[in-house]
Design a protein around this ligand. Structure first.
Ligand SMILES: [Zn+2]
Length: 319
């Protein structure tokens, strides 16, 4: 009896140590990935065939007008094929995302408008904040934990929020000119856009809603290709909650994301993609949709989207 008891304790201890290692490994894996991934951006891709209407201002950027005075500025030669968006009113313009900063998107944005441009990142990952580009004015989403962390109006990103060490970018400190709360209406003169908090990919992720043009600029929450839901700050439960809120409160939009995997043109998705995403997240939670691979697991949503996530037992479902 005593011997069985000891064996059970031993087995339980081994299990606990193994599970602790697995959980810690998540962070370690990312740290190792950052340390051994070369520390610089990979070589540029060859130029691709884009839409007949796509404008090429130089050998790197592309410009597509997705609605009146609303421009998708692409960096299809950067391996993550980023898209940032310039929304132009008659008093001000807003640049939503700025790519990795290996080329200066500010010059492209300024070639499209003479108005002052405020830069607002969809979230803090290095491939969206335009590392090293000097913007005249910067806005950041006003979330209590970020506001608490700021010293005056200086906000230093956390290394794990920025992840820039992967490609040799320094973790930035910003002077924040505007703190915009989720739900805030941003007046650009003759047009208004709204800040929508869309966590899931990261805690501070936001989207930009343009009701007049029925557009939602979704950053890394929704785009064509694999959606990353396993970096620090990512949450499967948040992803599902965000999908539900978007479908309930802002139906029937055109969704434009921040990356694509193949040409031509900006990454555009429909409400059906968001519906499929919601259903897949529910099926993953309920064990009805199986993923492939070890870490991250890949779950297929539809022909446009997959989800990259922790294995089921490490996912953070709270319902
Ligand atoms: Zn991201």
């Amino acid at each position: 009896m005593m011997k069985k008891y000891k064996i059970a304790i031993l087995l339980l201890s081994i299990l606990l140590v193994l599970s602790a290692l697995m959980v810690d490994n998540r962070r370690n894996l990312i740290a190792n990935f950052m340390a051994f991934s070369g520390g610089e951006p990979p070589p540029l891709l060859e130029p691709m065939d884009e839409l007949p209407t796509t404008v090429r201002p130089d050998d790197y950027f592309t410009i597509d007008e997705i609605a009146p005075n609303t421009f998708a500025i692409g960096e299809p030669r950067y391996y993550q094929q980023n898209y940032s968006y310039l929304v132009v009113g008659n008093k001000k313009a807003l640049l939503f995302d700025a790519g990795p900063g290996i080329r200066n998107i500010r010059e492209i944005a300024e070639s499209l408008t003479d108005l002052p441009i405020v830069f607002l990142p969809s979230h803090f990952h290095f491939d969206h904040v335009g590392n090293g580009i000097a913007f005249t004015e910067r806005a950041v989403v006003d979330l209590p934990y970020l506001r608490n962390r700021a010293i005056g109006n200086e906000l230093t990103f956390a290394e794990m929020e920025h992840l820039g060490a992967i490609e040799g970018f320094e973790t930035p400190t910003w002077r924040v000119d505007y703190w915009w709360k989720p739900g805030d209406a941003i007046q650009l003169g003759d047009r208004t856009v709204y800040v929508v908090h869309t966590p899931g990919h990261s805690k501070e992720s936001i989207s930009l809603l343009d009701t007049e043009n029925q557009l939602l600029l979704t950053g890394d929450y929704l785009y064509t290709g694999p959606l990353y839901v396993y970096f620090p700050g990512a949450s499967m439960q948040d992803y599902l909650d965000t999908a539900r809120i978007l479908l309930a409160e802002t139906p029937n939009l055109r969704y434009f994301g921040a990356h694509r995997t193949a040409p031509p043109g900006p990454p555009q998705l429909s409400q059906q993609d968001l519906l499929d995403l919601k259903k897949s997240l529910e099926h993953i939670r309920d064990g009805k949709l199986q993923g492939e691979g070890l870490w991250p697991m890949e779950y297929i949503v539809n022909e446009n989207i997959t989800i990259l996530a922790d294995p089921r037992y490490l996912q953070d479902w709270s319902e």
